[in-house]
Design a protein around this ligand. Structure first.
Ligand code: SAM
Ligand code: DTB
Ligand code: SF4
Length: 323
């Protein structure tokens, strides 16, 4: 039977969202799972693979990031890699079952010259029958259009946390800068991948406010990555307190309820999560992961470990449906 689409709400307020978040755990998860199975295939998740095409020496001072030039993280810095290297990695990702290939660059914003090269990379990846996503920092409107013309599917640009907590984490750009880029991406008719990081010392209210910002955008992001902070030595957040897994799962459930048709990705930080936490996150509505033993620069569970978990849970990877 064809699943019918409900109307999407983009006017959530804090009290409404808090009332959902504060429901007893089982009620919250039941509600999230009910919405999830109404809108998605019950036991499928979408797989993406990341590739860092330009690593390190980023001028921005994001407190969580190993690639910021402001922190000393022992990272091997690299110039923009070749189109051929991108193609080879994309072929491997496709063979491993990924349907989307995401290129990341440690830039505040791309130069027009670099953007031309990334456009060529996008064409190569697309020609392999993979969805494409890039994350290159801030974009001007004409740059977003150029990416769209090259055939890009998704642009990733995270708001990371609440507007109120943002300045505790990043001082070299504003929340409004982030929102402006997201607007340029939408105007270019690209799909939006936008989420944030949990476990940076923010409050539960900050997390809820972050989700409300996403859910109140004129159109919900098609993809919502929820990252758990990977505590990288040398960054200001290296000694941050561990995130409570129950809070992670509740936040995912809230994301599922507020944005019922968006893919919610259980993103960075899975190496530190138990199988049970990940299983609960999938039950709460997470239906996408990054696969491959590295994210951009940090560790991710390897294929063997992920296959073992997904087999235990009877979850299969979603096939790409071309529209
Ligand atoms: N420079 C671009 C930007 O910031 O928009 C793109 C690359 S940046 C590494 C992509 C995203 O990775 C960030 O927005 C952040 O959400 C996530 N990220 C970076 N370091 C992380 C960490 N240590 N733990 C969890 N997520 C992280
Ligand atoms: C997202 O939200 N998480 C990904 C992707 N979008 C680009 C990146 C996670 C990066 C983790 C740290 C690293 O690998 O350097
Ligand atoms: Fe640069 Fe992006 Fe890392 Fe911030 S998150 S330091 S913008 S690479």
């Amino acid at each position: 039977m064809k699943k019918t689409k409900d109307k999407v709400k983009t006017s959530w307020n804090l009290q409404e969202a808090m009332n959902i978040y504060n429901k007893p755990f089982n009620d919250l998860l039941y509600e999230a799972q009910t919405i999830h199975r109404k809108n998605f295939k019950n036991n499928e998740i979408q797989m993406s693979t990341l590739l860092s095409v330009k690593t390190g020496s980023c001028p921005e001072d994001c407190a969580y990031c190993p690639q910021s030039a402001h922190h000393n993280t022992n990272l091997k810095k690299e110039k923009l890699i070749s189109i051929q290297q991108v193609k080879e990695s994309a072929i491997i990702a496709k063979e491993a079952g990924s349907t989307r290939f995401c290129l990341g660059a440690a830039w505040r914003s791309p130069t027009d010259n670099d953007l031309n090269t990334v456009c060529e990379m996008i064409k190569e990846v697309s020609s392999l029958g993979l969805e494409t996503c890039v994350t290159l920092g801030m974009l001007k409107d004409y740059q977003a259009k150029k990416l769209a013309e090259a055939g890009l599917d998704y642009y990733n640009h995270n708001i990371d946390t609440s507007k109120e907590y943002y300045s505790k984490i990043i001082s070299t750009r504003t929340y409004q800068d982030r929102l402006n880029t997201l607007e340029n991406v939408r105007k270019a008719n690209l799909k939006v991948c936008c989420g944030g990081i949990l476990g940076m010392g923010e409050s539960v209210e900050d997390r809820i406010k972050m989700l409300i910002t996403l859910a109140n955008l004129p159109k919900h992001p098609e993809s919502v990555p929820i990252n758990q902070l990977i505590k990288i030595s040398g960054t200001p957040l290296e000694k941050e307190q561990d995130l409570d897994p129950i809070e992670l799962v509740k936040t995912i459930a809230l994301a599922r309820i507020l944005m019922p048709f968006s893919y919610v990705r259980l993103s960075a930080g899975r190496t530190e999560m138990s199988e049970s936490t990940q299983a609960l996150a999938f039950f709460a509505g997470a239906n996408s992961i990054f696969q491959g033993d590295v994210l951009l620069t940090a560790e991710n569970p390897n294929k063997k470990k992920d296959s073992k978990l997904l087999n235990k849970l009877g979850i299969v990877s979603e096939e790409l449906t071309l529209n």
